[in-house]
Ligand binder design. Sequence first.
Ligand code: FES
Length: 153
Amino acid sequence: MALYNDKVMDHFFNPHNVGEIPDADGAGTYGSPVCGDMMLITLKIDENEKITDAKFKTYGCGTAVASSSMATDMIIGKSVEEALTITNQQIIDELGGLPAIKIHCSVLAEHAIKSAIYDYAQKTGKTYKALEGFDPDREEDDHSCQVDLTEES
Ligand code: FES
């Protein structure tokens, strides 16, 4: 069986929402403590707290590209509150599944989105229950699997 399904491969080869919004209302970066890869998410948010645009740049693997492509698709058109409820597991489900060793790549997307919304909240003075205690600089362990990358090479 192939390691990646067709949907993951499509989002990798034809990623959506690549780039950086120059006058973003929120921007967040996150580096994976598992592999060191980085992701930047920028957001455009209107006066009704609706996400009207989202873009990503990543110095990461193909799964990080596919995860952020899917994750940005998922949050465009949603309210900030709704976007904050999106988990890496939902991103994986929308992609039709990921190999266990690549689950941390989806955590990168989830955390970068939260960091971008945190930046928006800081700039606008808004508070969100889902961000209580959130520290954009805290390294999140991969909360879905334990990966030993020494086995990968
Ligand atoms: Fe680092 Fe996928 S994000 S291996």
